[in-house]
Design a protein around this ligand. Structure first.
Ligand SMILES: Cc1ncc(COP(=O)(O)O)c(C=O)c1O
Length: 376
């Protein structure tokens, strides 16, 4: 099928770009001698996860148990799945059921929660692998490394039913870095923070085998830093407008785009596309990415557009309308099609049942987004 035969809006994945992204990150990890464990929240597709694993990934990450259930139900039973998310013991029955079907690990960053998991595992006669999440500057989840972090590790290490495997962090503040130098120093400080804590733990008799970091903006600077054993990027499979602005990708690396149709041209300086917030989401460009609008309209050859049309700004979204301001003149008329590079690809793929796999301007397959909407 040709691109032009698809109803719109459609989420398209350029397969050669996707494969190149998978290969590049794997080579980075392999040459640094560390494990790659992609975060599957970006694609939510067992097929893409399988490709990542075939290329050398040690397993995947999921954010929620519902995602894990979708991946395991799709046949990924032998896969090692990590949830770098503070899963609450309220979900113990589901997690224990999954432990029969996959190899799982979770994170903890609160003693009551860790005790809750310990109690559940003891009752079930099980042992759960846990990593302690450390706050390396994002200030979302994680124990404070400047607080009694060693005391926390000692307490978790002593809890029956839990096997303390290591430390884990997510440098989400890298999304606000203004330059490569800043990103390099975010990555360096993350590694130093984890290494210092691991060394204190070792002296106190607690062996920590793993030091897991993961975020796409810092990926290229984290690989090879001392102490790190695992990289967990997610967004890198598709990339998006935010990653281009952060220098983590070029336009030619971006695998996910939205195919949209011009449905109205109410004025010379305004066109309307059929991709609203139910397709592009209301995500603004993040961090330093102050570029206006809800995505970039691309121009170039049909299959793989290569340039941003700077005369078009997606300045407003309604649910099913994108209002595009035109600077100067545009030849676009109702019925014409455009490609949009979203600000944030992970949230866009979560909104569709399936994405279309493309090679140039041909649809070569349809990939179900099996774990879409699995947020519980
Ligand atoms: C805990 C954790 N690990 C890894 C990732 C992957 O980061 P990115 O989306 O920058 O690739 C995320 C992203 O939200 C995360 O929250």
């Amino acid at each position: 099928m040709h691109l032009n035969d698809l109803p719109t809006p459609q989420v398209l994945i350029d397969q050669p770009r996707l494969f190149a992204n998978i290969d590049r990150a794997q080579q980075l990890a392999t040459s640094a001698g560390v494990a790659l464990r992609p975060h599957a929240k970006t694609h939510k597709s067992p097929v893409v996860a399988k490709w990542q694993i075939e290329k050398g990934a040690v397993g995947i990450c999921c954010a929620k148990l519902g995602e894990v259930e979708a991946f395991v139900d799709a046949g990924m039973e032998s896969v090692n799945i990590r949830l770098p998310y503070p899963v609450n013991p309220f979900n113990a029955a589901r997690l224990i059921a999954l432990m029969d079907r996959a190899t799982l690990s979770i994170i903890v960053d609160h003693l009551d929660v860790a005790r809750g998991w310990s109690d559940e595992m003891r009752r079930a006669g099980r042992a759960l692998d846990v990593l302690v999440k450390v706050d390396v500057g994002f200030h979302r989840c994680g124990i404070d490394p400047a607080g009694d972090a060693l005391g926390f590790l000692q307490a978790v290490a002593a809890m029956p039913g839990l096997r303390l495997r290591g430390l884990l962090s997510h440098a989400g503040h890298g999304y606000h870095a203004a330059s490569d130098d800043e990103l390099r120093s975010v990555a360096a400080r993350e590694a130093e923070t984890l290494t210092a804590l691991r060394d204190r733990a070792t002296k106190a008799g607690i062996g920590l085998d793993e030091m897991s970091v993961g975020a796409t903006p810092t990926l290229r600077f984290s690989a090879g830093l001392p102490g790190i054993t695992e990289l967990r990027p997610g967004n890198y499979v598709y990339f998006d407008r935010t990653q281009v602005a952060l220098g983590a990708a070029t336009l030619d690396d971006c695998a996910l785009t939205v195919l949209a149709t011009v449905v109205s041209k109410p004025a010379a300086d305004r066109i309307i596309l059929d991709c609203g917030s139910k397709t592009l989401t209301n995500d603004q460009a993040r961090g330093i990415t102050k570029a206006a609008g809800y995505g970039a309209v691309l121009v170039g050859d049909g299959g793989s557009p290569r340039r941003v049309d700077e005369t078009l700004t997606i300045e407003r979204l309604s649910e099913e309308h994108a209002t595009v301001r035109v600077t100067g003149r545009t030849p676009l008329q109702p019925g014409d099609r455009v490609r949009v590079l979203p600000n944030h690809s992970c949230v866009v793929s979560n909104l569709v049942d399936a994405v279309r796999l493309m090679e140039d301007d041909r649809v070569i397959d349809t990939l179900p987004v099996a774990a879409r909407g699995r947020i519980q």
